[in-house]
Design a protein around this ligand. Structure first.
Ligand code: CAO
Length: 263
């Protein structure tokens, strides 16, 4: 029988077009270099020093429900004083009270590593993201300040960080302990880096609403924040860091304890 010319056969298939490669662009070469100046230069120096510190990490989660209520109730008073109250001043004050109980966290190891230097003042550094990059000014003698005083100082430093003249040198010097609120930008956990000659730093994660069990075993919506501490393991051990963190956490979860410990 004659072949059916309408049925597709291999002979009648149109030839598969050979893909043609697009014309190659010339490879991109060259690079852009810029001198490392200002804050970036300081960061290189201080981070190289930090590398010499044997870090350990410790993390925990904090229920922020009570602190959320406290902050909301304090906000109108703070506003009447011209202050925008965030969680930070309360967390800084709680850290100072916990430092009184665990002064080793507010210490330094001497350069020859023969002495531990306990600092009387709690000069609490606050990592700040500014148009010039990361800066860490500190709030001096937090142990003598109220939450409103701390909020006022923080606001002054934030304003300096955002404006032309920048943060003053005196505000950058003498930190004895640092908190880094990376959660204001995002993220939950962090591995913060200790700045010499300090021995500890805490990084605060983003406050999130997550399901948790209450004391009756019921699932509730809880405001949760993770904290990631780093300690210098030459002078601070994990158990001390855990106890310090527990005390700090207790005060944030139960602010009446914070009130009870205020001097
Ligand atoms: N989770 C959720 N919301 C947060 C938060 C957190 N952890 N921290 C702050 N917020 C909220 C505040 O409550 C505020 O909300 P409202 O306007 O509703 O009150 C808002 O975010 C802005 O807060 P803020 O950033 O102005 O104030 P702050 O006191 O909480 O933090 C500062 C100040 C300077 C710590 C912060 O702005 C900052 O720069 N963080 C970045 C730190 C950083 O870069 N760390 C990395 C160091 S290592 O490279």
């Amino acid at each position: 029988p004659a072949a059916d010319s309408s049925s597709p056969t291999s002979a009648s298939k149109p030839p598969t077009p050979t893909p043609t490669a697009p014309p190659l662009l010339p490879p991109i070469t060259g690079e852009r270099r810029e001198p490392v100046r200002g804050m970036s230069r300081l960061m290189i120096k201080s981070m190289n020093e930090s590398l010499k510190i044997p870090h350990f990490g410790y993390s925990d989660e904090i229920s922020m429900n009570a602190l959320h209520t406290l902050r909301n109730s304090l906000k109108p008073f703070a506003e009447s004083q011209g202050i925008k109250l965030s969680y930070m001043p309360i967390m800084i004050k709680a850290a100072s009270i916990a430092l009184m109980e665990y002064p080793i966290i507010n210490s330094s190891l001497s350069e020859d590593e023969k002495e531990i230097v306990y600092h009387n003042a709690h000069n609490i550094g606050v990592a700040m993201d500014t148009p010039r990059g990361l800066v860490v000014p500190n709030i001096k003698s937090v142990q003598t300040l109220s939450v409103i005083d701390i909020a006022r100082e923080l606001q002054r430093l934030q304003l300096d960080g955002q404006t032309g003249s920048g943060i003053k040198e005196a505000d950058l010097k003498g930190s004895t302990f640092t908190l880094s609120n990376i959660g204001a930008i995002g993220g939950t956990y962090m591995s913060p880096v200790i700045s010499k000659p300090q021995v500890a730093i805490g990084a605060l994660g983003k406050i999130q609403t997550l399901p948790r069990f209450d004391s009756n075993g019921e699932v509730v919506a809880a405001k949760i924040m993770e904290v990631s501490w780093a300690g210098d393991h030459r002078t601070v051990d994990g158990a001390t860091m855990a106890r310090f963190s527990n005390l700090w956490k207790d005060m944030l979860e139960n602010p009446s304890l914070l009130m009870a410990n205020m001097k």
